[in-house]
Design a protein around this ligand. Structure first.
Ligand SMILES: Cc1cc2nc3c(=O)[nH]c(=O)nc-3n(C[C@H](O)[C@H](O)[C@H](O)COP(=O)(O)O)c2cc1C
Length: 202
């Protein structure tokens, strides 16, 4: 499209909530990391994070970013800072409804995994289990973390080193990933998601 005019936007003119909506509505679509972690009592927590990025190839580092609630850290952040272990379960389109449901604010004594009816598989190198419905899972150990933002509303980036990957049958073809088998789900905004079947080659 040929754009004929632009308006300038001062992000600081928005409330924090609207700034978040504008930024996440502009950086689209985003892949989704369904992160499983566990607390000292062994409750398996699952939460989706679409602020999700490859930070380094060697060592393989993946980053997720979590906003802080007015009541403090999200369970995922608290669990990972304490245990240093988590799993990033890649989200496929058939997981959409349950993933959306995992973002409901359950108390930390409740496992979202059980609430939404996901099945689990044991991990090999970390304590938190993997989600069986996910086609590809990264077992991660906390490499480092960073805090951004202001004291009142800090944002935490958790960097995980991938120690082991699990691929469901048909997902891996040598060093390549078969996206017809992965069928990844992307987040657009709010309850709006996208699939990746409509691709183009250039
Ligand atoms: C698809 C999707 C993506 C999300 N991405 C993020 C994100 O990147 N960062 C964040 O702080 N919250 C994100 N959320 C909200 C969290 O998942 C939600 O706050 C969740 O309840 C946190 O769970 P926890 O307290 O068990 O860690 C997302 C929600 C959905 C549905």
């Amino acid at each position: 499209m040929d754009h004929t005019s632009y308006e300038t936007v001062d992000l600081l003119g928005f409330t924090e909530e609207n700034r978040y909506k504008f930024l996440t509505g502009s950086v689209v679509p985003r892949p989704i990391a369904l992160v499983t972690s566990q607390n000292d009592e062994g409750v398996l927590n699952a939460a989706p994070f679409s602020q999700f990025v490859i930070l380094c190839v060697t060592p393989p580092l993946l980053g997720i970013v979590a906003q802080t609630r007015t009541t403090g850290y999200k369970d995922t952040v608290r669990n990972i800072l304490r245990s240093g272990q988590f799993v990033i379960n890649v989200v496929s389109e058939n997981m959409a409804e349950q993933v959306q449901q995992c973002a409901v604010e359950y108390p930390s004594t409740v496992s979202e995994v059980e609430e939404v009816g996901f099945s689990t598989l044991p991990s090999v190198t970390v304590l938190p289990k993997r989600i069986k419905e996910s086609p590809l899972q990264f077992e991660c150990r906390l490499h480092e973390h960073h805090e951004f933002g202001t004291e009142g509303s800090p944002t935490t980036m958790l960097v995980g080193e991938v120690v082991l990957v699990h691929c469901a049958e048909g997902v891996r073809e040598g060093h390549r990933v078969n996206h017809d088998a992965l069928r990844p789900l992307g987040r657009i905004a709010g309850r709006s998601y996208c699939r990746t079947q409509d691709t183009l080659s250039v």
